[in-house]
Design a binder for this molecule. Sequence first.
Ligand SMILES: Nc1ncnc2c1ncn2[C@@H]1O[C@H](COP(=O)(O)OP(=O)(O)OP(=O)(O)O)[C@@H](O)[C@H]1O
Ligand SMILES: [Mg+2]
Length: 295
Amino acid sequence: MEDQAERLREMMRKKNSRDKPAVLAEHKKTRIITITSGKGGVGKTNVSVNMALAYARIGRKVVVMDADLGLANVNVMLNMIPKFNLYHVIRKQKTMREIMVDTDYGISIVAGASGFSKIANLSEEERQNFINELETLSNADIIIIDTAAGVSSNVLDFIAAADDAVIITTPEPTAITDAYGIIKIIASEIDSLNMGLKLVVNRVKSVAEAKKVADRMTSITGQFLNLKVEYLGFIYDDTVVSQAVLRQRPFMVIDPKCRASLCIQHIVGRMEKSELPESGGFGKMVKRLFGRNDR
Ligand SMILES: Nc1ncnc2c1ncn2[C@@H]1O[C@H](COP(=O)(O)OP(=O)(O)OP(=O)(O)O)[C@@H](O)[C@H]1O
Ligand SMILES: [Mg+2]
């Protein structure tokens, strides 16, 4: 009897998956992921760009946004220099479509403007125009925002607006301490923290080393901040990464089967398994970025 019920369920599952393509059915909402860290140079830009490529490989439409124009990290990593950035959109000199650069790798990039604080000074009409322009991004399945290290108010704005904040650390004690520091600030500065806080341990030598770092971090954030930080995964220290950086091409492109690439794909697989909150998505981003009272 039970066998039959199971067979029936299986048939239904197959029927459903035929009727609606998984990509369309499950990804109507845009997922906004901010990549951040306490200490600089721990791998945020590499993770942002290569996660975007791993998402593109499984058919997602991805936009990578460089949150800090001053550093222009993503652009350097991809060897493309966009002429225009979000500031031109805010100033109504360009549309979002015009500043977005399509890359050869199936992902698009948008250069940010340093600081959304200027938004506060916009007239209502300019603000509305900017929100309408931002709406263009809601065509994407995934928006990955690469931030600068540490906690400028700009970074906090993006984290507050996102569905997931991925915190990157390496096993270095200073990186771990700084990662804890930023998690603490996120917890205290952002009210109604309804997002997934996730940890990636980069540049590890072994699975055990990564797990040790993650266990330490999740236990201290749980104990002292009463906060759940999910261990999303690790990335091996891999010479392909530094070679890729030198060649200004993503390591997922140089060698999709290298250790770092496999780790990134695993991380994206884990992300895909964690659900986007009901209240999340593009609407939340706009509300959080513009309705500053929410914070
Ligand atoms: N998994 C890895 N294996 C080997 N080297 C790595 C790895 N991840 C990062 N690196 C090295 O660390 C450098 C810094 O990486 P990346 O630019 O992604 O860091 P970042 O956190 O974005 O830095 P910043 O804070 O300056 O923006 C890279 O140029 C690369 O050489
Ligand atoms: Mg960077």
